[in-house]
Design a protein around this ligand. Structure first.
Ligand SMILES: *Cc1c(COP(=O)(O)O)cnc(C)c1O
Length: 388
C-alpha cells in the first residue's frame, strides 16, 4: 500500500454516530424532558410518535410496541393464531419471523423466495397453501410477507391470494420502513405492518422498540389492549391474555428526534445504492427493484457466483478496511430450532427450497446507511471489484 498523508475516513457498515452528532442536542433535550416528567411508561411521547409514524406511512393507526418481534407476536395474537394454524413465511429471512408462530403454538410453513427480488415467491406460496389444504390437518391462516433488505414484497399479489382464501396478511417491514409500492409507503399494503426500531434499522432507537401500523380501528384497539396485558377500558380489567409489549417513553422521545431525518436518509441510501449498482452491475449480481417499488435500502446485498467467490470478496474487502456481512448464512428451515417443525409441516416432507438455500451461499451485504459519501461508496466498490 502506498503511504498517504491522510487516512481515508473509516467506513462503517451501519453508522449511528454520524446521525447522532447531527441531533445530539435535540435527543438530550427530549430525553431530559422524559426524565423530568417521570412518565417512563406510556408517557405522552409515545402517542406523539404514533401520530407522526401513522402520518409518515399514510396509515390510519399506529401502536408503539416493545420490539419488531413483539409487533409480529401482538399482530398474530390479535387474530387468535395458535395451535392448528399454518403461517406461511419466507425461508430466507431473519429468525424472528419464524419464531413468533411457534411461540404461539402455530406451525410456520417455509416458502421459497423469488430469485430476482429475494422476497416470497407467489407460485411457491400458492403451491404450499394447496398442499396444506389438501392434507387438511392445519388451517392456512396467515401469510407473513417480509420486505427483505427494504424492498417491498409483491403485496398486491399476496393480498389477492389471501383475500380469496380468507387469510390474514402481515407485513414484516422491520428492514423496510420508508420503502414504498405504487407511491404508497409500507404500512398500508397488508392487514397489519410490523416495524422494528432496533438501532440498525432505517429508523432505529437506542435500544429495542417497534410499532404496528394498520388501517383497521378494531385491530388497533386490540393491539393497544394486548401490549398492556390484555387490559380493558379500565386499568385492572383483564379482557384477554396479553403481554408486556409497550414501547418505552425514552425510546419514543429518541425516535421523535430522529424521525425528521428519515426522509433525507432514505434519499441518501438510494443515492448510495445507485452508485453501487452503477459500478458493480455486470461484475456481480446487484439488487433488482421492480417498477413501482422504492426500496428503503435497509441492507444492500450483492450476489456472487458461489461461496468461494464470496469468501474471496469478503477477504479483499477486509484487507481494504471495508466491512461486510452475510444476511443470512443459513435458511430458516435448516436452523436446528426449526428443521423438525419444517419437516413435519407438510405430510411426506415439504418440497425443497432451492432458491433460499442458494442465496445463503452467495449473498454479501455492503455498508449501507444515510451518511456514506460518494468517495466512500466508490471505495466500497473498489474493494469488492478487487476481490473478483
Ligand atoms: C430486525 C427484524 C425483526 C425483529 O425486530 P426486533 O426489533 O429486533 O425484534 C423481524 N423481522 C425482520 C425481517 C428483521 O430484520
Amino acid at each position: 500500500m502506498p503511504f498517504t498523508m491522510t487516512d481515508p475516513r473509516p467506513i462503517a457498515f451501519f453508522d449511528m454516530q454520524a446521525q447522532q452528532r447531527l441531533i445530539r442536542a435535540e435527543i438530550d433535550r427530549r430525553v431530559a424532558a422524559v426524565l423530568d416528567s417521570g412518565r417512563f411508561v406510556q408517557g405522552p411521547e409515545v402517542e406523539e410518535l404514533e401520530i407522526q409514524l401513522a402520518a409518515f406511512a399514510g396509515a390510519q393507526h399506529c401502536v408503539g410496541v416493545s420490539s419488531g418481534t413483539d409487533a409480529l407476536q401482538i399482530a398474530m395474537m390479535a387474530e387468535g393464531i395458535g395451535r392448528g394454524d399454518a403461517v406461511f413465511l419466507p425461508a430466507f429471512t431473519y429468525t424472528a419471523t419464524a419464531e413468533v408462530p411457534l411461540v404461539l403454538g402455530a406451525t410456520p410453513v417455509f416458502v421459497d423466495v423469488d430469485p430476482a427480488t429475494f422476497n416470497i415467491d407467489l407460485a411457491d406460496l400458492e403451491h404450499r397453501i394447496a398442499l396444506v389444504e389438501k392434507e387438511g390437518r392445519l388451517r392456512p391462516r396467515a401469510v407473513v410477507g417480509v420486505d427483505l433488505y427494504g424492498l417491498p414484497a409483491d403485496w398486491p399479489a399476496i393480498r389477492a391470494l389471501c383475500a380469496a382464501k380468507g387469510m390474514f396478511t402481515l407485513d414484516d417491514a422491520a428492514q423496510a420502513f420508508g420503502g414504498s409500492l405504487d407511491n404508497r409507503r409500507l404500512g398500508v399494503h397488508a392487514d397489519a405492518t410490523a416495524l422494528s426500531f432496533y438501532p440498525t434499522k432505517t429508523l432505529g432507537c437506542y435500544g429495542d422498540g417497534g410499532a404496528l401500523l394498520t388501517d383497521s380501528a378494531e385491530r388497533a384497539d386490540l393491539y393497544r389492549s394486548l401490549r398492556t396485558h390484555g387490559e380493558g377500558k379500565t386499568r385492572y380489567e383483564v379482557l384477554r391474555t396479553g403481554m408486556n409489549g409497550r414501547l418505552d417513553t425514552i425510546q419514543a422521545a429518541i425516535l421523535l428526534a430522529k424521525l425528521p431525518l428519515l426522509e433525507g436518509e432514505l434519499v441518501a441510501r438510494n443515492r448510495t445504492a445507485a452508485i453501487y449498482g452503477h459500478r458493480l452491475a455486470g461484475r456481480v449480481g446487484v439488487p433488482a427493484v421492480p417498477a413501482g417499488s422504492v426500496s428503503a435500502w435497509g441492507i444492500y446485498s450483492i450476489l456472487l457466483q458461489d461461496a468461494a467467490q464470496r469468501a474471496a470478496v469478503q477477504a479483499a474487502m477486509q484487507n481494504a478496511g471495508v466491512p461486510s456481512a452475510i444476511y443470512y448464512p443459513r435458511p430458516l428451515h435448516r436452523q436446528p430450532a426449526y428443521a423438525q417443525h419444517h419437516a413435519g409441516a407438510i405430510a411426506g416432507g415439504p418440497p425443497p427450497l432451492p432458491v433460499s438455500e442458494d442465496l445463503c451461499q452467495r449473498v454479501l451485504s455492503l455498508p449501507m446507511h444515510g451518511y456514506l459519501d460518494e468517495s466512500q461508496a466508490a471505495r466500497v466498490c473498489d474493494a469488492v471489484l478487487s476481490g473478483l
